[in-house]
Design a protein around this ligand. Sequence first.
Ligand code: UT7
Length: 325
Amino acid sequence: MKKIGIIGLGKFLPKKVLTNADLEKMVDTSDEWITTRTGIKKRRLVAKGEATSDLAVKAAEEALKDAKLKPLDIDLIIVATITPDMPFPATACFVQEKLGAKNAVSFDISAACAGFLYALTIAQQFIARGNYRNALVIGAEVLSSVTDWQDRNTCVLFGDGAGAAVLSEVKSGGILSTYLGTDGSKTGLLFIPGGGSRNPVSRESMSHRMHYIKMQGNELFKLAVTIMASAAQTALKAANLECKDIDLVIPHQANMRIIMAMAKKLGLPKEKIYLNIDRYGNMSSASTVTALCEAVKEGRIQKGDIVLLDAFGAGLVWGACVIKW
Ligand code: UT7
């Protein structure tokens, strides 16, 4: 069995910073509420005209440099996103062109906040089977384009950003296990009702603000804690490991309280949890990969460490992955 691992990482966060104090001027909220309920202090937003593929390309260029590979070495690009540049073609096609990665089969997947883990698992299978050698797996979002800036229940939560990983065969370590799950009975907890074939864009859909994120936060919160903890246990079991073997957890960054409740369920101290939610908020598919990139660059992950990626989001979808670094 081939060992497949991450050989390069990159990230890109747009320049503009939106703080909790800025949000206080936009909706009826407070820095105190946002900080205590979510752990978020600020988030990044794109400039006018900046799209998901623009962020994705910058993250990918950094990941390629880190992996010491050239764009032409890449034969597979998967972009996980729920905020594509356009309904079609795939954002991955724009990324391929801008990178000059002419040899890469390129497509998008939609698995919301678990998107990076879904894409990573797909790429791993292709490389293990020998279809492709070097894959670029990207999580990129411009959530500000689908955020209702009049809805205090959601607008304080999200941010824009991108992260990228290069996957290849490795000599030691690599992905030890992956686990994915879906529960389509709960699509109504987090969704964008308008703009698709169910409710195409119309004057009516616009006036009902249907092209923005709708969320039942409270219900999701409880499910997120239980499902993320159980996904972690399933992935660890598949790797013949236990919670005590984990050196660092890279969780999806939706809410600090979700992450800490999950850690408590798993009996993990907070020192073993990587957080960047305070700086960027929830960036859906970009959250886990950006956090992984930062953790490696900050020296929080060393060769031989056991790292657990764990994500949960709209669908519902979830995923966990154990990697030996
Ligand atoms: O990305 C993966 C999927 N997403 C998630 O997993 C998100 C999961 N959910 C959450 O993170 C939390 O449920 C939220 C952060 C969204 C909300 O926190 P909560 O503790 O569940 O608050 P709540 O929705 O129960 O609302 C409590 C109160 C309400 O007021 P009343 O009805 O008690 O008077 C809200 O209207 O807080 C109010 N509220 C706010 N107040 C100030 C809601 N949003 C705000 C706000 N500022 N921004």
